[in-house]
Design a protein around this ligand. Sequence first.
Ligand SMILES: Nc1nc2c(c(=O)[nH]1)N[C@H]1C(S)=C(S)[C@@H](COP(=O)(O)O)O[C@H]1N2
Ligand SMILES: [Mo]
Length: 204
Amino acid sequence: MFDNLKRHFSRNIADQEGRVPPGQYVTEKFPVLHYGNVPHYTDLEKTWDLRVWGELESPAQFDFNQFRSLPTISITTDIHCVTRWSKLDTHWEGVQFKEFLHHIPALKPEAAFVVAHCDFGFTANVPLEVMMDDNVLLAYKYDGQELSPDHGFPLRLLVPSKYFWKSAKWLRGLEFLSQDKLGFWERYGYNNHADPWKEERYAE
Ligand SMILES: Nc1nc2c(c(=O)[nH]1)N[C@H]1C(S)=C(S)[C@@H](COP(=O)(O)O)O[C@H]1N2
Ligand SMILES: [Mo]
């Protein structure tokens, strides 16, 4: 009871401090949202990989153990879904995208956009400049635990500065491009820029 009250008040303070973008409400839950099926893996070491290709010196790939041996960081951040829920102070651990770039072949100077490719063909596009934010992760732990299958196990992208649809679950590849290319929801009429603070929900 006291905990609930405390949370209630701290959320209101958070609102006042301007942490909740326009048109959003704060939830304590962690809703699950996606199109299509949740992949289940039996033998990650044999069946999972993460590939990078496009505007870089050469394509490359990581198997599960190679990827999991990369250095990680932990962050606390707020996330905002276009369906109007926001969740404050979420804890994530994973490989910082900026750091990840040190472990793959050099990007070509033309590289300016990234498309995240996921199991079952889902894609999400993010400008490279946005990917360079300190809080962009290739994330595999949430709240100290491995991601659940619903939330993207064994790897998801985390781009907290954009509506949450850009945070692609079940990430399997990153494509580097010189030109922007719309992803799955972006083609379905969502706003390519997806800034929750500007309420960039839908395409004009
Ligand atoms: N692979 C994949 N990732 C996805 C989606 C999807 O349909 N497929 N949906 C996006 C949308 S619309 C949202 S709001 C978030 C939801 O993440 P959550 O289920 O962990 O809350 O995942 C995003 N990542
Ligand atoms: Mo969403």
